[in-house]
Design a protein around this ligand. Structure first.
Ligand SMILES: *Cc1c(COP(=O)(O)O)cnc(C)c1O
Length: 395
């Protein structure tokens, strides 16, 4: 055997021995509040990012089909060669309008949006100041960039200010603060008012990845910047079309025109990767219409979230407080998180335990996610199952 394969065999065994080997459940239905897998049927799904329940929505599917009929299946090109249709320009304009920004550029994913952002707009003369809980795609995007790096404790404004001071004293030219809008493991929201205040004080720009915020929070579902009342103060927003906004795939970077213009010229994940499929672009336009024209989904999601959070507390679970549909149930112990998830699966509720390295050691949890697609009966069923699981496991 070649040396390389010996190495990977050892690595595989190490992961398995530590109990961290992940297996994928195979779903045999469309995504939804209730799903089947190849092993279980009729599972209530509490772990999708399907916040608005649009993953299998009839109107959205019709828009996707209409998109394919009118614009074809794919572009076989990157945007700047022959991959830009009116559809893409329309979606970029509509996203800008929805988010309250000057301009928007589409990517194949938010991972790519973050991957193509930092090195394009910052150099070794600059500084990036990043929240410790930021998403992997931000971390990787930052790795590609030569700017000086700072990291601050989650939502800790004192540490953020210290980093800004240091960057200023070190003579860094551009100072860029980057944070998730909603922290995906905790369901907590970045303190964007304080972040923007500090950015003003130290002449920094603010970059927010709002993948779990857009379509989820804010009166108009615009996201964390709307929720915090700082729509005009954010320089760059990145986000995904793969969560609340339809759940297929695709991402974007939106914000000040001066920045978007440069990304269109220089961002490598944009220039060297294919155009978003017309199927997704067409459906996304309908998603934005749908949530701009009616509050029904928003109201339903907010009611379901409040109901579920209250229910879990009444049962006596230790949850991270907040208003977001991400509701982490803390077990702290690694094994306990696995046991609780397994017990819930026996009761036909699909949840996932998260533990190191996805979250810090000793901070294991079962992360639940509420959707507008859940009925009250389904949420009651889930709450009752959690109540039984608590008694049966003695937690
Ligand atoms: C999900 C997520 C991403 C990745 O989005 P994709 O479009 O699936 O690549 C990026 N950032 C954050 C904060 C996310 O939660």
């Amino acid at each position: 055997m070649k040396t390389a394969y010996n190495h990977w065999a050892t690595l595989t065994q190490e992961i398995k021995d530590s109990g961290l080997w992940k297996t994928e459940r195979v779903i045999t239905t469309p995504q939804g509040a209730k799903i089947d897998t190849d092993k279980n049927s009729g599972l209530i799904n509490m772990c999708a990012n399907n916040y608005l329940g649009l993953s299998n929505n009839d109107e959205i599917k019709a828009a996707a089909k209409a998109g394919i009929d009118r614009w074809g299946y794919g572009l076989s090109s990157v945007r700047f060669i022959c991959g830009t249709q009116e559809l893409h320009k329309n979606l970029e304009a509509k996203l800008s309008e929805f988010l309250g920004t000057e301009d928007t550029i589409l990517y194949s994913s938010c991972y790519d949006a973050n991957g193509g952002l930092f090195e394009t707009i910052l150099t070794a003369d600059d500084a990036i100041i990043s929240d410790e809980l930021n998403h992997a795609s931000i971390i990787d995007g930052v790795r590609l960039c030569k700017a000086k790096r700072y990291k601050y404790k989650n939502n800790n404004m004192e540490e953020l200010e210290n980093c800004l001071k240091d960057a200023q004293e070190s003579g860094c030219r551009i100072k860029a603060i980057v944070t998730d809008g909603v922290f995906s493991m905790d369901g907590t929201i970045a303190n964007l008012v304080a972040v923007c205040d500090l950015a003003d004080k130290y002449d920094a720009i603010v970059i927010v990845d709002d993948s779990h915020g857009v379509g989820v929070i804010g009166d108009g579902l615009r996201g964390a910047h709307e929720h915090c009342g700082v729509i005009e103060r954010i320089d760059v927003l990145t986000g995904t079309l793969g969560k609340a906004l339809g759940g297929s795939s695709g991402g974007y970077t939106s914000g000040k025109k001066a920045i978007i213009d440069i990304l269109r010229q220089r961002s490598r994940t944009y220039l060297f990767s294919n155009s978003l499929s017309p199927i997704i672009a067409s459906a996304s336009l309908t998603v934005l219409d749908m949530i701009s024209n009616s509050n029904d989904l928003s109201t339903c999601l907010k009611e379901n979230t409040a109901y579920f959070r209250k229910g879990l507390k009444e049962i006596g679970y230790d949850i991270i407080d907040g208003t977001h549909p991400i509701v982490p149930i803390m077990t702290y112990d690694e094994i306990a998180s696995q046991k609780l998830a397994e017990k819930m699966l026996e009761k036909n509720v699909y949840v996932i335990g998260f533990f190191f390295p996805v979250v810090q050691r000793g901070k294991a949890r079962v992360r639940t996610q509420v959707s507008a697609a859940h009925t009250k009966e389904q949420l009651d069923y889930v709450l009752n199952a959690f109540k039984e699981a608590k008694q049966e496991l003695g937690i």
